[in-house]
Design a protein around this ligand. Structure first.
Ligand code: ADP
Ligand code: MG
Length: 273
């Protein structure tokens, strides 16, 4: 089904976006007052496309992704607008259905992989668990699949590392483990929230390259959140610039680099070496 207004031209054809965010606003209740931190933002992510959200700390990038995933505390937040995925508005799905979307259709990776890994379980077991929650497969099948996933994210000696614990992995290797876990469900969309921010520069480059290669191999779309315009130039087909809760630019990355108009965009660009 094509929804009017959500189609756009790509290589001459009309393409239905994987994700279509319309007039998304998010507010938090702080001391009995509602404070809006994401204001009326709209954007699409096409199949196999990488869209970046860039902006300074506190501009509303993470809240945007957490709103899409409906991962904000209900009693103290209000999300308005539409988040269309596969013809459904995620904001009006029953919680049960939304849980399936999180397990099967959209995966997320974050800045600090250690916080998402359980320190007392071997990494192989944790990925296997992520697999068996949604699929009815045997232990042996799960182990083989985990090793395949670890190899896919280019962890050397994947088989030998199955029983190792998170602390035995470097920061970059842990982020690879998280990416393997994110790929386990074969998602249509990967949301990566500053996945390289905590890593050394050389490792950052390796993780960005890995995400690009996997995106090709898996045919995923990626929503890539970063505060770094250098990273945007590296990964994004299209870009949203956020400033204090507003999307001040939405467009082709090249256009934003050459013709970005908002003063904040100019300031961001002047910081790129
Ligand atoms: P960033 O662009 O750095 O990811 P965030 O999306 O995390 O920024 O935060 C945007 C704004 O929303 C910030 O001012 C932050 O303090 C505020 N905020 C984030 N989460 C909450 C919350 N749970 N309750 C109240 N305010 C929040
Ligand atoms: Mg953030």
């Amino acid at each position: 089904m094509l929804l009017s207004g959500t189609q756009f031209e790509q290589s001459g054809g009309s393409v239905t976006p994987v994700l279509s965010v319309k007039n998304l606003s998010t507010s938090f209740r702080v001391n009995d007052e509602w404070k809006t931190v994401v204001r009326n933002i709209s954007f699409d992510v096409a199949p196999r496309e990488t869209v970046a959200i860039v902006g300074e700390s506190g501009s509303g990038k993470s809240v945007t992704s957490l709103s899409i995933m409906r991962l904000l505390a209900k009693h103290s937040s209000r999300i308005e607008g539409q988040v269309m995925l596969g013809g459904r508005d995620l904001l009006s799905l029953p919680e049960e259905e939304m849980r399936k979307v999180r397990g099967n259709e959209i995966s997320m990776i974050f800045q600090e992989p250690m916080t998402s890994l359980n320190p007392i379980f071997p990494i192989g077991k944790q990925i296997a668990e992520a697999l068996t929650v949604h699929k009815d497969i045997s232990k042996a099948e799960a182990k083989a699949e985990v090793i395949r996933l670890l190899e896919k994210v280019r962890i050397p000696n994947a088989k030998g590392r199955f029983d190792e614990y998170p602390h035995q992995f470097s920061g970059g290797m842990r982020q690879r483990v998280m990416i393997a876990m994110a790929l386990a469900s074969k998602p249509k969309l990967l949301i990566a929230d500053e996945p390289t921010t905590a890593l050394d520069v050389t490792i950052q480059g390796q993780i960005l390259d890995l995400i690009k290669v996997l995106q090709e191999e898996e045919g995923m779309s990626v929503l890539f959140i970063t505060h770094d315009m250098g990273v945007v130039a590296e990964v994004a087909d299209r870009t949203i610039v956020m400033f204090r809760g507003d999307a001040v630019e939405v467009g082709e990355t090249d256009d934003i680099f050459h013709r970005g108009k908002h003063p904040y965009t100019r300031a961001l660009l002047s910081a790129v070496p």
